[in-house]
Design a protein around this ligand. Structure first.
Ligand SMILES: *[C@@H]1O[C@H](CO)[C@@H](O)[C@H](O)[C@H]1NC(C)=O
Ligand SMILES: *[C@@H]1O[C@H](CO)[C@@H](O)[C@H](O)[C@H]1NC(C)=O
Ligand SMILES: *[C@@H]1O[C@H](CO)[C@@H](O)[C@H](O)[C@H]1NC(C)=O
Ligand SMILES: *[C@@H]1O[C@H](CO)[C@@H](O)[C@H](O)[C@H]1NC(C)=O
Length: 474
């Protein structure tokens, strides 16, 4: 078997990497929106990456910029009081916005900070408290990408790139026929979750579901949810805020899962000494720290995870912030470090030492009964430093030291092919997407167009993980 060939058997002719397929049409600009939030529990806010930069281009995806100084007095007051928010939404720039009276609070530092500023500083035309807010993006018209809608009384204001759009403010009923003024809350619902592009408007006990394609409104009654002061879509999940509490809800049925309501200050508001804000994560939890990742995972739906310590980060979630969560919140029951990971056939394989756990993805991840199992029994190898499958391919590549081996996942029992040398002495983690094969080492990664290029190549120059995947300042 020659260089550039990886086979299970001498007869297998071709190791096409399967990375040539065109990516599915993403709903957001360049961002796969089938990005599902996987945390069972609401795993929180540990990572909105975007600072309150006034210099970045809307949708430019480079959240650099001056960080406003933290005002701990402000935050302490917010955490101490029992007030409610008028509205909440993600901003055009992927930060979380909480509106209260004449002020807006914006997340920064990966969600570890909230800063207040006058609402009028960003949206001078609105003037005064708002009733509801939402962010629309990925609709047909480029103009509507990243638009922010603010509602007050009978009127709606639409902003794009921070600018009020022509023709606004408009009467709410003119922009959204059938939707009343004096709203309590509003949230956009994406086709993946609502079956069509929809906006949910809340007023009292009634929810008005506005279909953006048909431009019709259907009133709904969701007694299990109750009135909402504010509503938010975040990483494919839907939240209704009321006072200092919030509930998650199903945007089609209004159903609320068990264990809600929960206190906002344990999740969305980074209150000192409360909640998921865990300083002991240290540099591992800071997306820009340049600590190595032990494993990466990309699946056919476009979700990408990076594993470091007992945490995992989403890499494909720029529009909603990047997030670090304890492993167990995404993969129930999983603890410790992940050494290698890959996805195949709707399943996620997480390798820890000589063991592998398999998780089924659906509404969150669920571990397959009987796992973890010995890696040797499952894949025919005893350990792996890194692993990857390319989109829609059953070829698994396992990397140990400076060699790579192929496993045909459709065969049973599975056997690893002969080791083939790599142009790298060691890699920490690897993944393969429609953009090619990525090998990660320390703070850097190397990108190859295909498996064939990887095997034929000399080591290609490296690039920074923090800069390119996490949009950190250089
Ligand atoms: C922080 O907020 C408090 C209360 O709103 C205010 O009095 C103080 O001047 C602020 N400090 C800074 C540095 O902005
Ligand atoms: C997002 O970025 C745009 C473009 O720089 C800016 O005008 C706007 O104010 C930012 N939005 C928020 C909510 O910070
Ligand atoms: C913080 O994380 C450490 C290590 O994961 C854990 O032992 C500790 O209980 C956490 N603390 C809080 C308050 O969650
Ligand atoms: C993997 O195994 C299946 C079933 O034995 C076979 O049909 C397929 O050609 C194999 N793929 C490769 C790349 O060897």
């Amino acid at each position: 078997m020659g260089q550039g060939r990886l086979c299970n058997s001498p007869s297998c002719p071709n190791i096409g990497p399967g990375v040539a397929e065109a990516p599915g049409t993403p709903y957001a600009m360049g961002v796969p929106t089938a990005v599902l939030c996987l945390a069972w529990a609401l795993a929180l806010a540990c990572a909105h990456p975007l600072t309150q930069s006034k210099t970045e281009a809307a949708g430019g995806g480079h959240p650099h910029g001056a960080e406003p100084p933290s005002n701990d007095t402000d935050l302490a007051q917010l955490c101490a009081d029992e007030g409610r928010f008028d509205a909440t939404t993600l901003s055009e720039n992927g930060t979380m916005l909480f509106f209260r009276g004449e002020e807006v609070w914006e997340s920064s530092h990966g969600g570890f900070r909230l800063h207040a500023r006058p609402l009028a500083a960003s949206w001078p035309e609105v003037g005064g408290p708002i009733d509801a807010a939402l962010r629309l993006y990925g609709w047909q018209h480029p103009q509507e990408h990243q638009s922010l809608y603010l509602f007050q009384g009978e009127q709606v204001w639409a902003y794009f790139g921070g600018q009020l759009q022509p023709g606004f403010p408009r009467r709410i009923g003119d922009e959204f026929p059938g939707v009343p003024g004096g709203l309590d809350a509003a949230v956009e619902c994406h086709p993946e979750e609502c079956g069509g592009k929809t906006i949910l408007f809340f007023k009292g006990d009634t929810v008005y579901a506005f279909d953006l394609a048909l431009r019709v409104t259907k009133p709904r009654s969701w007694p299990g949810l109750g009135p909402c002061d504010a509503a938010l879509r975040w990483l494919e999940r839907y939240y209704c805020l009321r006072g200092t509490h919030f509930q998650r809800f199903n945007p089609l049925t209004g159903e609320v899962p068990p264990s809600y309501p929960r206190d906002l200050r344990d999740y969305f508001i980074p209150c000192p000494g409360r909640g998921h804000w865990n300083a002991s994560w240290g540099a591992a939890g800071d997306r820009c720290s340049e600590m190595p990742f032990q494993a990466l995972l990309s699946d056919d739906t476009g979700r990408i995870y990076a594993f470091r310590g007992g945490l995992s980060f989403r890499l494909d979630s720029l529009r909603d912030g990047h997030h670090a969560w304890p492993l167990g919140q995404t993969w129930p029951g999983l603890e410790g470090e992940v050494d290698a990971a890959f996805a195949w056939d709707g399943r996620t394989y997480l390798i820890q030492g000589s063991q592998v756990s398999i998780f089924l993805s659906g509404q969150g991840y669920r571990r397959v009964l009987g796992y973890p199992r010995a890696l040797q029994d499952e894949l025919g190898v005893s350990s792996a430093d890194a692993a990857f499958t390319c989109p829609h391919s059953a070829n698994l590549y396992l990397i140990t030291g400076d060699h790579i081996r192929l496993v045909n996942l459709t065969q049973t029992p599975r056997q690893a092919g002969e080791p083939v040398p790599l142009p790298h002495d060691h890699v920490d983690g690897a993944m393969c997407t429609n953009d090619g094969v990525f090998l990660f080492h320390g703070p850097s990664y190397h990108q190859y167009h295909s498996v064939a290029q990887l095997l034929g190549a000399k080591e290609l120059p490296s690039q920074s993980i923090a800069t390119h995947f996490f949009h950190c300042p250089q």
